[in-house]
Design a protein around this ligand. Sequence first.
Ligand SMILES: Nc1ncnc2c1ncn2[C@@H]1O[C@H](COP(=O)(O)OS(=O)(=O)O)[C@@H](OP(=O)(O)O)[C@H]1O
Length: 389
Amino acid sequence: MGWGNWRPRFNFGHLKVQSKVSVFLTMIIIVTCLFYCLTGYCESSPRPLYDQQSSRGKVHADDGTVHLSQRHRTNAQWNISVLRQLHLSNRFESLLQESEDATHQRSTDQTAGSSNNNITVSNNFGTKEFPQAIIIGVKKGGTRALLEFLRIHPDVRAVGAEPHFFDRFYDRGLDWYRSLMPRTLEGQITMEKTPSYFVTKEAPRRVHAMSRQTRLIVVVRDPVTRAVSDYAQTLSKTPGLPPFQTLAFKNGTTASSPLAGLVDTSWSAVRIGVYAKHLETWLRYFPLRSFLFVSGERLVSDPAGEMERVQDFLGLKRVVGAKHFYFNQTKGFPCLKKPEGSSRPRCLGKSKGRTHPPIPQEALRRLREFYRPFNLKFYQMTGQDFGWD
Ligand SMILES: Nc1ncnc2c1ncn2[C@@H]1O[C@H](COP(=O)(O)OS(=O)(=O)O)[C@@H](OP(=O)(O)O)[C@H]1O
């Protein structure tokens, strides 16, 4: 009897313990699942970038630093995908920057660490490489437009600000230069633009010392218009600047004086436009095939056509094309259409496409005369007729 009573009690008790354990375990599993789902781990694919940005509002990748909330940190695949999307988006974000005026301090490689509530995660994917391609010139040629158009390309990563390494900061060393570069993944190319390289005597030798394989892009524009554009920029920063013709012609002569025609090549606005002379220096170090000469005029009239040439030269898939551009009547320039990952179309900033001050026709004519032989030489050297004459 005692045996008989004891046995069922023992079995019942055993079953109770078992079921308690299994209920407990089931609850743990349910709670864990709920927790994971609520905190985002249930998402199998990333949301569109604009969605992420609007919900978090604090995502930056142009600088190689990504601010993500903690729940996203451990999902490596997800992060890679986000990085790719951020890369696309930031190409357009940067259009708002007047980064050509920025110094190297505002360069792209800020360190991790932020005061916002999100946890800052360094973009540790990929590596920092020396640029395989550099937009070396020319100042006021359309270099910013070209770089920003290129940055739409998923296989291009570029520094937003001008590093000025090969002209101003060469003594900081190549490691410093590389540290400015954004990280790149397999198949992506690193780029930078600093238009003053084209007219810096030491730049060709220095770039060559970094890599003789470097691809060099020069955006050229009618040197007369370029000079006026350069002048317009200086004038915008120096209101009391003497008239264009006073600076362009020697001894402060005006275009109508007898001495007119003696162009002052010591004025940088004039000197930069003697493209053939600067190219000669570069050709001592690099063969012609290392260069691509982009027409600044065509970059405005047919951005897609010019971008095709650039992508081919860089060995990139033709991704950037007509569908990315529209002509903004107010701005008078092509702008970028609403891209994936960005909420609205973007044009370059106010310092791009300035109204030029009126210059006496005679001064322009004489300057055009001055440039003609140099232009023809340049056409010969490059095998391209840019149609400025
Ligand atoms: N899409 C688009 N939007 C605006 N501006 C454009 C564009 N494409 C080319 N350009 C021309 O670029 C000129 C400025 O050249 P850069 O960017 O090389 O200037 S800088 O050297 O970096 O200061 C700028 O010169 P200005 O018109 O004299 O301001 C423009 O004519």
